[in-house]
Design a protein. Structure first.
Ligand code: SAM
Length: 301
């Protein structure tokens, strides 16, 4: 294989040069390939869709982990000593998200991944992603369908992170209102749910339906943005749902203090980005405000 062609969008094909295929197999659930690309290093794709690369994963994982955790830390009252105790990740089999979450001391993180093959092959072929986080004593790795897990668990989490595939195959259920309602059920009071929610320019309806569900279930539903080069199509949206309206308004000075105290050593995330990422361009604002995505598309052509 000389070139890998992504098959996510009907009219757009992101193509990446393959210097070497490190591993390819049909796991119990997905067609998995890990290959080396001269620009992005090791790349993992599932069912023809780029999931993560060594070159740009830091952007996505830092924003997925540090924005919600610092927000809850900043707003948690004295009683909770500004602490986040429990974080749940659904998906995240490459290990990049749990690596960033566990940079915060004093918290424990449960990661619920449906496909053991993804973890096993990431352990072997994506060492810089997980950086040993799967074996951290504050990590609990559960092999299960995240939708079933949040429906049944008795645990309550301060932060829930959905680091899933796109709404295809096993990931489709993770974009439903029922799933978000079950996530709300196991969210501790004052906590927040954040979600991988696609690229609004190309996947507007996906973001729109998630935020519409958030607004039905929570006091606040919106998204924040980051640009991940191999998530083709511009901004990547990370969904945000909470009953705690103070979280997003956490003072910059407090976020900066907590960021410094946690020694997070980030390559993308900064305290200033904490607020800036929620400043939405109009076409995304309209999606979040529920203006029909289709209408937007017509306008653009
Ligand atoms: N960052 C990537 C993206 O934005 O596309 C996601 C990376 S991560 C590898 C996605 C993980 O979600 C995969 O390992 C996949 O097996 C897992 N997954 C998909 N559906 C799931 C489900 N229902 N429950 C738990 N994990 C699931």
């Amino acid at each position: 294989m000389e070139w890998f062609q992504e098959t996510l969008h009907p009219a757009i094909r992101q193509t990446l040069k393959v210097d070497e295929v490190l591993h390819r197999e049909q796991t119990a659930l997905q067609d998995l390939i890990i290959f080396r690309n001269p620009t992005f290093g090791r790349v993992m794709a599932l069912d023809g869709i780029v999931q993560t690369t060594e070159g740009d994963e830091f952007i996505y994982h830092e924003m997925l982990a540090h924005v919600p955790i610092l927000a809850v830390k900043a707003v948690q009252g004295r009683a909770a000593k500004g602490r986040v105790n429990k974080v749940l990740i659904v998906g995240g089999g490459d290990g990049g998200c749990i690596r960033e979450v566990l940079k915060h001391k004093n918290l424990v993180c449960t990661m619920v991944e449906i496909d053991p093959g993804v973890i096993e092959l990431s352990r072997k072929h994506l060492p810089n992603h997980h950086a040993g986080a799967f074996d951290n004593k504050r990590a609990k790795i559960v092999i299960a369908d995240g939708a079933k897990f949040v429906k049944e668990t008795a645990e309550r989490y301060d932060v829930i992170i959905i680091d899933s595939t796109d709404p295809v195959g096993p990931g489709a259920v993770l974009f439903t209102e029922e799933f978000y309602a079950d996530c709300k059920r196991c969210l501790a009071s004052g906590g927040v749910l954040v979600t991988q929610n696609g690229v609004p320019f190309l996947q507007g309806p996906e973001l729109q339906s998630s935020v519409a569900a958030f607004k039905k279930l929570f006091r606040e539903g919106t998204c924040y943005l980051a640009v991940v080069p191999t998530y083709n199509g511009g901004f990547m949206a990370l969904g945000w749902a909470s009953d705690n309206l103070k979280l997003r308004k956490a003072p910059l000075a407090k976020i900066a203090r907590l960021y410094k105290a946690a020694k997070l050593d980030t390559k993308y995330f900064t305290p200033e980005l904490f607020h800036a990422a929620f400043a939405l361009p109009n076409f995304v604002r309209k999606l979040v405000d529920g203006i029909k995505a289709k209408k937007l598309a017509r306008g653009r052509r």
